[in-house]
Design a protein around this ligand. Sequence first.
Ligand SMILES: Nc1ncnc2c1ncn2[C@@H]1O[C@H](COP(=O)(O)OP(=O)(O)OP(=O)(O)O)[C@@H](O)[C@H]1O
Length: 255
Amino acid sequence: MPALMTLQSVSRSFGNNLALDDVSLEAYPGEVHCLLGDNGAGKSTLIKIMSGVTPPSSGTLTFDGRPVAFRSPRDAKAYGIGTVHQDVGSIPLISVARNFFLGNEPTKGWGPFRRLDHATANRIALEQIREMGIRRINDAGQLVGTMSGGERQALAIARALYFGARLLILDEPTAALGVKESKIVIDLMIKARAQGIALVFITHNATHALQVGDRFTVLIQGRIASQFRRGEKTREEVLNLMAGGEEFDAIGHGD
Ligand SMILES: Nc1ncnc2c1ncn2[C@@H]1O[C@H](COP(=O)(O)OP(=O)(O)OP(=O)(O)O)[C@@H](O)[C@H]1O
């Protein structure tokens, strides 16, 4: 199957600072591509380029086999690129359904009589969340604040898929979560992958990456330090790469 999204020789500089230097990668339907790297390695810049927040300084992007130049995040979204950020669902005092639709609520009536259709919104949000395996929520009218961190991530993932994401970019979705909560997110990624979604998973956590990753790209200082597929490297090798090689040896984990 061809790649859904391809980045070819993408670079991005901010003034004199080269945040990304000649980065190429491919995201395939039904696969998880893990993007690994230390702070400042260029992961955020890369996902900003993939999601239309900022353009590359050079290089090309293709989506579905065609070159694309996103003018805005909305533009990228229209292509089917969904991005879920770590701090998702941080407005605890709105309902699950409001959070699910975020301004795209279904309406009823026409013209001056048009108004939000809360009943439909609640029904759809609840259906979608439950389909994602979050069974603890039984009323989409309840506040987001009653959901756990993992459930909030699940809500955001369910939303992106409902609104047509074909490529799902998850920006450190497990970073603030405990073991059980992380499992909710990992399981969901596995489910989305089985539905043929292409996933890009940004993480600092090698265990999570190895649990679910099909392809891996390790960035160090804006460059690709390593690119490999599942099974091609051991956990130790991945940890070592993520820590930037020598530094990791120096603190005694290298042997
Ligand atoms: N808007 C900007 N202006 C100037 N420099 C920037 C800007 N955005 C990123 N950079 C620089 O680009 C480099 C890569 O940053 P980036 O945020 O992409 O890394 P990261 O891997 O996402 O790190 P983190 O895990 O800390 O988010 C860093 O040196 C950063 O200082």
